[in-house]
Write a protein that binds this ligand. Structure first.
Ligand code: A3D
Length: 320
């Protein structure tokens, strides 16, 4: 059986890391596509030359022509620009919306059966626009943010508790922006919810609140340190986790930006919700019960996403 084909649209910091991870995990053959000439070809050659030492079997190719993504099983989209210190994700909307249009048209023409994972910011609005521009079924187009935001939350929690990250589960829902919603009640250490761990004296409410805020600011913290761009190792790893769930029909329960049609009292938008990812793409949106402040915060986050979607419609009338 032929290996799956993984098309990476955008061969920048995240795109290159995605390619390396996909090859090392032998998820399939990799096409790195970018408008910059030489960059995808150079990265593909460099990563291919890590194969003999790493011992993977995967073909890598760089491309500047969408025809090269033909028949891709998975497309992961990072094309566009990242933010710099002082910028919010929303500041990228105008420029990255134009990029989504060309990417959507390229995918529609050459890879209409692919499972598409968007990573370009501002995430929830860009994945909404990408689905519209590509015309692919909504269950085959999703955005990566919740896996990353939850991984950041899990990392900070594991440091606080001094336990393995493997035993910390966490859910961050809502839009991928300043209003994201780390769900304390649904986050656990080996099944013990965080509020119980506060009662057990493992941490204090103040420390937990600070971790929640650090999670919300997780992207900005790295932008501030790097100064020239945004995070890419953990974002790429999160994207690969989602691609693997699809390619191997794992039925993973992962938070991601999915098309919501009825769940959470919302419809017609993309926002971060728990989903099941398997061979049919987003196979299910899990509609968990939100209470009190959780619901207020989620609704606030949804409003922020809706504002960005309206901004997209104002910029490009074909989306209205
Ligand atoms: P970067 O290293 O600049 O790579 C972007 C690549 O896109 C560059 O190689 C560009 O040449 C290429 N590009 C630009 N326009 C086009 C086009 N029209 N067609 C094809 N390629 C094009 O950025 P990065 O890899 O660090 O980040 C990529 C995106 O991911 C940015 O929008 C970031 O804000 C976003 N990001 C999202 C998350 C989430 O959790 C959602 C996390 C980190 C970064």
């Amino acid at each position: 059986m032929a290996r799956p084909k993984i098309a990476l649209i955008g061969a920048g910091q995240i795109g290159g890391t995605l390619a390396h991870l996909a090859a090392m995990k032998e998820l399939g053959d990799v096409i790195l596509f970018d408008i910059a000439e030489g960059t995808p070809q150079g990265k593909a050659l460099d990563i291919a030359q890590s194969g003999p030492s790493e011992g993977f079997d995967a073909a890598l190719k760089g491309a500047n022509d969408y025809a090269d993504i033909a028949g891709a099983d998975v497309c992961i989209v990072t094309a566009g620009v990242p933010r710099k210190p002082g910028m919010s994700r929303d500041d990228l909307l105008g420029i990255n919306l134009k990029v989504m249009k060309s990417v959507g048209e390229g995918i529609a023409k050459y890879a209409p059966d692919a499972f598409v994972i968007c990573i370009t910011n501002p995430l929830d609005a860009m994945v909404w626009a990408l689905q519209k521009f590509s015309g692919l079924p909504a269950n085959k187009v999703c955005g990566m943010a919740g896996v990353l935001d939850s991984a950041r939350f899990r990392h900070f929690l594991s440091l606080e508790f001094g336990v393995s990250m493997k035993d910390v589960t966490a859910f961050v829902l809502g839009g991928h922006g300043d209003t994201m919603v780390p769900l304390v009640r649904y986050s656990t250490v080996a099944g013990i919810p965080l509020p119980d761990l506060v009662k057990m004296g493992w941490t204090t409410q103040e420390k937990l609140d600070a971790i929640v805020q650090r999670t919300r600011d997780g992207g900005a913290e790295i932008v501030g340190l790097l100064k020239t761009g945004s995070a890419y190792y953990a974002p790429a790893t999160s994207g690969i986790e989602m691609a693997e769930a699809y390619l191997k029909d794992q039925k993973r329960v992962l938070p991601c930006a999915a098309y919501v049609d009825g769940a959470y009292g919302q419809s017609g938008i993309y926002v971060g919700v728990p989903t099941v990812i398997g061979a049919n793409g987003i196979e299910k949106v899990i509609d968990i019960t939100l209470e009190g402040e959780e619901k207020t915060n989620f609704d606030k986050s949804v409003d922020a996403v809706k504002g960005l979607i309206e901004a997209c419609k104002n910029i490009d009338s074909s989306l209205a």
